[in-house]
Design a binder for this molecule. Structure first.
Ligand code: HEC
Ligand code: HEC
Length: 413
């Protein structure tokens, strides 16, 4: 116990902050929008299609199936395959940037950088409540993506809008929502001083963010109790695993601080597969952070994910490279060997992904982060035991956040 306390003190780990205060009215509006497929072009996908309460706020899939898919979670099939693994919405309000490449992040002088650029006007950003800015800016994005929610030309009035016209898509969604009387009531209650004509999608996104920050604020883990002073909160294997994590594993050189992330970007020698981000000779590679910064030194660097509740969010890695937590941890024992001997057949849930493995291993290894480049010895099982101590009791069952119905009357998943 004393050794683990020493590591925690050296790491500067303190009790987690609680989320921003969110009114009941904003929460209810956001809850409705998060679960309502009306927000998607073909009315077939909601945020919850990919961020499911039974799977720790992820979809439990290697890669999500978006527009045109059927079924839920691991049983989902068909439709557009999304190029990256779906991260969890649990505790996302604590993060300092959104997405695997951080493309939604704070800009200078209180502004926000997002792929929407100038379309996310200062007036819209001013709608975002303090503490909800990043989550709200993030929530503006999925409805604009053809594969995630919007659909194709010829499928709906939202699908028919040209690419890049963020403002028109957002307005199109509002036109749909505000003809539903229950939404008019919900918006007016959440924003009592805003006249109906002044609502835009920023109000919707701010409500979704408020819902997420309150519904998915789940920090009651054994580790959190230990940090709070309870010496009995961790089991002996978890205490041993903590020492492996902080010492020979050296995991905390990147998974540092209260959230177990440095909120920085690294190349840890993972394979690439799936549709990709249009990078590389075949267009099927994913250059990660370079796509945001334009800096070649950022190629193959991805955000260090927080490890809070990681037990619940399999598969792991930016395309879901590993199905099992211990296997992901064991990757770090010899990253080069792990990448070169990667067995995609054993790891992916959708066999159509097997043929998409990108032959980029040499390029990835050329720029692998020095911290994980060399073979190291540590007990991966013990580290995985420790990581399970980061699971909040209340995150194991998130069913309390699912509404019985949504205002459009469409099925809730
Ligand atoms: C078709 C699946 C899909 C749908 C629908 C979807 N998401 Fe996601 N979500 C993802 C994927 C995949 C990522 C990561 C993408 C990336 O990093 O490039 C993501 C990222 C996020 C993140 C960032 C988490 C982090 O750790 O950075 C949040 C928050 C989020 N989604 C919320 C939402 C909300 C709110 C909606 C509805 C407006 C939504 N998502 C709809 C798949 C989906
Ligand atoms: C050089 C920085 C670095 C070090 C050291 C490091 N990690 Fe990571 N970790 C990352 C990055 C970056 C990712 C995401 C990479 C990607 O998907 O491309 C990641 C991903 C993970 C994931 C997957 C999480 C998820 O939600 O998908 C786990 C689990 C993990 N690391 C655990 C560990 C453990 C345990 C150690 C120590 C043995 C460790 N990491 C050491 C940077 C690091």
């Amino acid at each position: 116990v004393a050794n683990v306390r020493g590591e925690i003190a050296a790491e500067g780990i303190t009790p987690l902050a609680s989320g921003p205060a969110v009114s009941d009215e904003l929460f209810e509006l956001g809850q409705a929008l998060f679960f309502d497929k009306l927000v998607s072009g073909n009315q077939d996908v909601s945020c919850a299609t990919c961020h499911l309460p039974p799977f720790g706020g992820t979809d439990g899939r290697t890669l999500p199936n978006g527009v045109g898919g059927s079924g839920q979670g691991p049983a989902r099939f068909g439709g557009d395959i999304i190029p990256r693994n779906g991260p969890s919405v649990v505790n996302a309000h604590l993060l300092g940037e959104m997405f695997w490449d951080g493309r939604v992040e704070p800009g200078g002088g209180g502004s926000l950088n997002t792929p929407a650029g100038a379309a996310l006007t200062p007036a819209m950003q001013a709608v975002f409540d303090p503490g909800l800015e990043l989550l709200a800016a993030q929530a503006m994005m999925p409805p604009t993506s053809r594969e995630e929610m919007r659909g194709q030309i010829g499928e709906s009035e939202l699908g028919n809008l040209p690419d890049g016209e963020f403002t028109d898509v957002w307005q199109g969604i509002m036109d749909r929502i505000l003809v539903v009387p229950e939404y008019v009531t919900l918006f007016s209650s959440a924003y009592p001083t805003t006249p109906l004509v002044d609502f835009n999608f920023a109000h919707a996104a701010n409500a979704i963010a408020g819902f997420e920050a309150r519904a998915f604020d789940r920090t009651d883990s054994p580790f959190e109790r230990f940090v709070g002073g309870d010496d009995t909160a961790l089991t002996t294997p978890q205490l041993q695993g903590a020492l492996e994590f902080f010492r020979p594993g050296n995991c905390s050189s990147c998974h540092s601080g209260n959230l177990f992330t440095d909120e920085d970007y690294h190349n840890i020698a993972l394979p690439q597969f799936g549709p990709g981000q249009g990078n590389g000779p075949g267009g099927d590679d994913d250059f990660g952070r370079e796509n945001v910064t334009g800096n070649g030194a950022d190629r193959y660097r991805f955000r260090t994910p927080s490890l809070l509740n990681v037990e619940l969010t399999a598969p792991y890695g930016h395309v879901g490279q590993f199905a099992d937590l211990t296997d992901f941890v064991a990757h770090y024992r010899n990253t080069q060997n792990s990448l070169l001997t990667y067995n995609i057949v054993a790891e992916v849930d959708d066999p159509s992904l097997i043929a998409t493995l990108v032959p980029n291993a040499n390029q990835v290894l050329n720029t692998v982060d020095p911290l994980v480049a060399n073979p190291r010895n540590f007990n991966a099982n013990q580290i995985a035991d420790f990581l399970r101590a980061l699971t909040a009791d209340s995150a194991r069952d998130l069913s309390d956040v699912v509404p019985a119905t949504v205002p459009s009357g469409l099925p809730v998943n």
